[in-house]
Design a protein around this ligand. Structure first.
Ligand code: SAH
Length: 230
């Protein structure tokens, strides 16, 4: 029959594409209207980014965070879409992500055409993300193990900085690494957090409070771990 696959793999691909389309429809219904963000979410598979040990426990396309090990989570798709929409990432812009985690959001940024630099403090997660990004065709994303509080001075300035873990206060070093016209989004606070959107115009930085959110904490450098223990 035309369009039918002889083996089960095609069915699996079709089911995943269907699940992605349903996730995108849910985003659109809840107010995400940037067509490029929606198209990126329709294009990037979410399931391979969940480490094997955590797959099958939750629906990877449900609108909730997913465990990725090491007490960390892949953020809720709506919040990822919301942050990307606020940032209006343009093709070829240089983007810094703090908190690589699974690598999923880095893949979305790449899909939006950005040149992506991402920092993760847990080396095993960075290694996992590198592997999945390579396997899914996003191997030009640069992943570094390190302390996100320092940013990535060697690659600065960035047009966009997106932080996917919550510092108690705005990290001073990051805004310095924004270019003129740059934007940054960061969940700030302990327990109760709020997204903060920063915009840099010349020497002037404006700050806008946005949605209430819940992210894992941004851990200070002194607590940096490289032990690879889950
Ligand atoms: N964007 C990720 C979600 C990451 S969860 C995704 O799409 O899956 C937040 C991540 O921030 C965790 O992996 C955590 O280890 C990392 N993190 C916390 N503090 C950090 C710091 N100081 N520097 C770099 N990464 C940090």
């Amino acid at each position: 029959m035309i369009g039918m696959q002889a083996d089960g793999a095609g069915d699996g691909d079709a089911a995943r594409a269907h699940a992605r389309a349903a996730m995108v429809a849910h985003m659109a219904k809840h107010g995400i209207c940037d067509a490029r963000v929606l198209a990126a979410m329709a294009a990037v598979p979410r399931d391979p980014f969940i480490p094997a040990a955590h797959r099958g426990k939750v629906d990877p396309y449900g609108d909730h965070p997913c465990q990725i090990g090491f007490d960390q989570t892949m953020s809720q798709p709506f919040v990822v879409a919301y942050m990307l929409e606020r940032l209006r990432v343009q093709p070829s812009e240089k983007v810094l992500e703090i908190g690589t985690g699974s690598g999923y959001q880095a893949a979305l940024l790449h899909e939006l055409g950005a040149r992506v630099f991402t920092i993760e403090r847990i080396s095993a997660l960075a290694e996992h993300a590198r592997g999945v990004l390579a396997a899914t065709g996003y191997d030009s994303v640069c992943v570094r193990v390190g302390d996100g509080y320092r940013g990535w001075p060697e690659e600065a300035p960035f047009a966009v900085i997106i932080v996917s873990c919550a510092p108690p206060i705005l990290p001073a070093a990051l805004a310095v690494q924004l270019c003129d016209g740059g934007r940054m989004i960061v969940p700030v606070g302990e327990g109760q957090q709020r997204l903060v959107v920063l915009r840099k115009r010349g020497a002037c930085i404006t700050e806008e409070q946005d949605l209430a959110v819940r992210f894992v904490p941004m851990v200070p450098a002194a607590e940096e771990r490289h032990d690879g223990q889950a």
